[in-house]
Design a binder for this molecule. Sequence first.
Ligand code: AMP
Ligand code: TRP
Length: 332
Amino acid sequence: MKRIFSGVQPTGNLHLGNYLGAIRNFVRLQEDYECIYCVVDLHAITVWQDPKELRASTREVAAAFMAAGIDARRHIIFNQSQVPAHAELAWIFNCVARLGWLNRMTQFKEKAGKDRENASAGLYVYPNLMAADILAYHATHVPVGEDQKQHLELARDIAQKFNHDFGVEFFPLTEPLIFGEATRVMSLRDGSKKMSKSDPSEFSRINLTDDADAIAQKIRRAKTDPHPLPHTVAELEARPEADNLIGIHAALSDRTRAAVLAEFAGAPFARFKQALTDLAVAKLGPIGQEMQRLMADPAEVDRILRDGARRANAIAEPVLRQAQDIVGFLRP
Ligand code: AMP
Ligand code: TRP
């Protein structure tokens, strides 16, 4: 069977972009694939995380997976650090990937910022660990938001170089799955910036745990332009804020941008924003409430993660062993 792997970092502030770009797609793939969804805590600590918050955020992401509709019994939900194969295979990949490849990674450049000397070494080799996540399960398909495309290309390069260097057909070349009307949700304050967990402005994003009032306030204050909504999708190109809000509406209502415009063409933003608020509250409210319910019982979330890790380990460990054998590690 075709196998899916994807990950979300437990770094707090899970938002609408994470939901529409990734988690919602994870839910939809459950019928046709064997799915493995991972809370990537090893990736999270490539930038500083307070230990107490890391634990809480790990449970929060697991709760979001389940609240959105992922079935942890039929599929696997676990946190990365419980399965040693990720870190062990990542070491091998650190020795496969070339510095030149890593130097091209835009996420590293963005996250390291100007003070690159002070970035952690882990942040630099982050994409190698991500390749290990995927390839430890021989996953064939990886659903992600648009921003992860470059990392997935690197994972293919690593698989290809490993296979070539050792003369094997061992690791598969994985395909990205980037789909839906909102593969790149932008900040509500600035249509040229990605909606992100680390944006200092709470008004830049809608969090999955926001209540109806918070959602309404954030949409009301979302940046727009002074014109009424256009008639065609082509006209959205020069209007990033309008494009973003229309895209969010389209994704939440499971329609195309064109279909949403057919309903709101010529409308003032105020009317559209009210409709978007109602829609967002209807779709996100129940997920947020279910997350709160699940997080109120951390022991149960921990149990599910432990059970998922046990099943994940049963898949990843034999793959790691074979990779180590191919490399020439002697194991008595
Ligand atoms: P992260 O929060 O960086 O671990 O991202 C988790 C998943 O959400 C990845 O598949 C990302 O591509 C996706 N994602 C993050 N931010 C956005 C966004 N603004 N729009 C769409 N997808 C996103
Ligand atoms: N780098 C991804 C992100 O920030 C998270 C991630 C880690 C991931 N390992 C993965 C995504 C493996 C897909 C597959 O969004």
